[in-house]
Design a protein around this ligand. Structure first.
Ligand code: P6P
Length: 328
């Protein structure tokens, strides 16, 4: 189903998640509780993004975040909205944000905190002042017994129970996977609901398009430079927005490959493993694609820190393999 809703097929995020939940005997509905908080938070963030210039919340606050990057006013607003909406869910034990140096420990497992939600509240926010699509990226983990709750969230990406993003672009699009395929919803402002527009999305193959910041070419490895040189000679086109959610969303829907490799300036990579690469890799893999970093499957990387960075190569399997062919 790849069309907008009509009077006989309207299905909202809420009803879709509930119907999916009923397919799992013993499902408690507590996961639905988390998705509804993400839905509420991202509707509110989307509203703030659209009214940013009118409400004078464009621009930075003059402070540097834990990543060493200037914080945008909307980074803080978005972070606060998500912390509030998810903090209210009594089954959330830990919240971890790109904007917070350490995780927010809300409640223990014994107190009902069975999930951790990790997120980048407003990825690409430096593009806000020029109205380029920005997004919220989220990853849901089940909290395991033992260790500190900070250690409990340092799980490899294949353990995610859900992942998704909301793109605040020409429309507000929510893309979600709970490990059973990828579904896409669009916010219908008229009814205030995310409505289902595509089920079980599959990433197309055969699209010879790469997405990378070619200004860094001289700082890439020789293998990546060889790939780019090969692509230039083999009919590839290039698309790069500079906002990960927008670039990955295009790759999900049209195919191709997004790559942010290591550079001499960023030898560990720029993008963050836990709340950018892992959720995006889960989505791309669930859609039939591939996500690797330095030749390893992103979802297999065992994290050592909440804010650790990684190289990222994400896209349709044929296009990721074309890069791997050049980086053996
Ligand atoms: P560059 C935005 O700042 C971001 O974190 C991602 O959304 C995006 O993919 C990347 O950085 C862009 O980085 O170095 O090309 O500006």
């Amino acid at each position: 189903m790849d069309n907008s809703w009509t009077q006989d097929n309207l299905e909202s995020l809420q009803s879709h998640i509930l119907s999916e939940e009923q397919k799992h005997p013993g499902a408690t509905g507590e996961f639905t509780w988390i998705v509804s908080a993400i839905s509420l938070a991202t509707k509110a963030i989307g509203n703030k993004v659209r009214c940013a210039r009118i409400q004078d919340v464009i621009g930075d606050v003059g402070s540097i975040n834990v990543q060493g990057e200037s914080q945008q006013k909307l980074d803080i607003i978005a972070n606060t909205i998500i912390m509030h909406c998810l903090g209210n869910r009594d089954n959330v034990g830990v919240l971890a944000s790109e904007e917070n140096e350490t995780p927010v420990l809300l409640r223990s497992r014994a107190e009902g905190g069975r999930y951790a939600v990790l997120f980048d509240p407003l990825d690409g926010s430096s593009n806000l002042d020029v109205s380029v699509g920005v997004g919220t990226i989220f990853s849901v983990l089940r909290l395991e017994d033992g260790g500190s709750r900070e250690e409990a969230i340092l799980q490899p990406g294949f353990k995610q129970v859900a992942a998704g993003y909301v793109l605040y672009g020409s429309s507000t699009v929510l893309v979600l996977t709970t490990g059973n395929g990828v579904d896409m919803f669009v916010l219908d402002q008229a009814i205030g609901s995310f409505v289902l527009v595509s089920k079980k999305l599959k990433i197309p193959s055969g699209n010879k398009t790469y997405s990378t910041n070619e200004a860094y070419t001289e700082k890439y490895s020789e293998e990546i430079r060889n790939y780019l040189s090969w692509a230039h000679k083999n009919g590839y086109s290039s698309r790069y927005i500079g906002s990960m959610v927008a670039d990955v969303h295009r790759v999900l829907l049209k195919g191709g490959v997004f790559l942010y490799p290591t550079t001499t300036d960023n030898p560990e990579g720029k993008l963050r493993l836990m709340y950018e690469a892992n959720p995006m890799a889960m989505i791309i893999e669930q859609a039939g694609g591939k996500g690797v970093c330095c030749g390893e499957r992103i979802l297999d990387v065992v994290p050592s820190g909440l804010h650790q960075r990684t190289s990222v190569i994400l896209g349709s399997t044929d296009q990721v393999d074309a890069i791997l062919e050049h980086t053996k």
